[in-house]
Design a protein around this ligand. Structure first.
Ligand code: ADP
Ligand code: MG
Length: 346
């Protein structure tokens, strides 16, 4: 998963609260925890009436995220994902655990819904472009062609009866960098809730999952910065409850070669890193959906991207794209019909 920093989105977060009594003698306290996870800064903010409950809940959530990283990471050689990738082309079908299964099922749904724009089999291309970033040299066209031969979401065979997977083509390599963080945030929140903590926010590198609002508040106040560029439209403020907000864009992860900026998000249809500059913010019920949709909409662009999100139940999106015209930076914005609903009191 992407060992990246994506802090631009959460520009200002005003956390108000504490001291709002529900039962006599009990008052809410705000607790905040921070820890690097999945190569990124993660944060838990929660309200509890007891410090021990808060600490135990956060500890259990961290454990769950670390566990998921050891299963879903493509950086770790021994993760379940890496072991699965190594069976590509062997003809074998491999039984996998419930977490990897859930993420692969959702990945397939997203691939189908997005017409292949979201595709976790982009691993070989991601590898090529990671090297391009390090060496600042574009991948050679024949290497892109070779990598593309090992890419394609239809080449992942999911067998529900045995909960097993077969990677059909040799050289295939799965990369869950566009979806695993969203799932990890969902699961971390589920752990908090299980421990009796529902007024909580879990965030990782700008993406987040929140539950019940802070005491006395209408939601978790989050400022969505459209683009970190001069002349960009102002930030918008949303009030989140029982939702996830994820962003995707090329602002922090890209390489510039020959005057062209290539994103870490790859268009599976061409094998090339995206060259248009956009920031996509998706709000959905679950992190796994918001994360994948944000990546998919980045690939699809504002029109088809917004259409995809409109088709997804309970999901909204805001897309800002910067376009250079006559030497001037201009901004195009698009949003789903319901995005504004999150800015208003719910
Ligand atoms: P961020 O890393 O900033 O959270 P994303 O959620 O959009 O951004 O994820 C980008 C990551 O997704 C890439 O680093 C790569 O691991 C993976 N990826 C790249 N292109 C695609 C694609 N077309 N479909 C699915 N995953 C992709
Ligand atoms: Mg994503």
């Amino acid at each position: 998963m992407a060992a990246s920093l994506f802090l631009g989105t959460l520009v200002a977060a005003a956390w108000v609260g504490a001291g709002c009594a529900t039962r006599p003698g009990l008052s809410w306290q705000r607790y905040e925890f921070e820890r690097p996870q999945m190569g990124l800064p993660f944060r838990i903010v929660l309200y509890a009436t007891d410090g021990q409950v808060a600490t135990n809940a956060a500890e259990a959530a961290w454990k769950r995220i670390a566990e998921l990283n050891s299963i879903l990471s493509d950086y770790e050689e021994q993760s379940e994902l890496s072991r699965l990738s190594r069976t590509a082309g062997s003809g074998r079908s491999v039984a996998i655990g419930p977490d990897l299964w859930r993420v692969l099922i959702r990945s397939e749904e997203m691939a189908r819904a997005s017409g292949g724009a979201f595709d976790v089999t982009v691993g070989p291309l991601v590898q090529l472009w990671r090297r391009a970033r390090r060496q600042r040299v574009l991948p050679e066209p024949d290497r892109i062609t070779a990598a593309r031969a090992a890419v394609g979401w239809r080449r992942v065979e999911l067998r529900p009866r045995t909960r097993s997977v077969r990677l059909v083509a040799p050289g295939m390599r799965l990369d869950l960098g566009g979806i695993a963080k969203g799932y990890a945030l969902d699961e971390a929140f589920a752990v908090l809730r299980h421990q009796g903590v529902a007024r909580a926010l879990v965030s990782g590198g700008g993406d987040m999952v929140v539950g019940e609002a802070p005491p006395g508040e209408r939601g978790w106040k989050v400022a969505v910065a459209p683009l970190d560029a001069p002349g960009a439209p102002p930030a918008r403020t949303v009030w989140l409850r029982w939702a996830s907000l994820c962003t995707s864009g090329d602002l922090f992860q890209h390489v510039e070669i020959g005057g062209v900026r290539y994103s870490h998000i790859i268009d599976p249809r061409t094998g090339v890193g995206l060259t248009d500059h956009s920031l996509v913010t998706v709000i959905a019920r679950r992190g796994i959906t918001a994360d994948a949709l944000a990546t998919a909409a980045s690939v699809l662009g504002p029109v088809a991207g917004i259409r995809l999100v409109e088709r997804t139940p309970r999901a909204e999106a805001l897309v800002v794209r910067s376009v250079e015209s006559a030497g001037k930076l201009q901004f195009e914005m698009a949003e789903t019909r319901g995005f504004r609903g999150w800015e208003l009191r719910r």
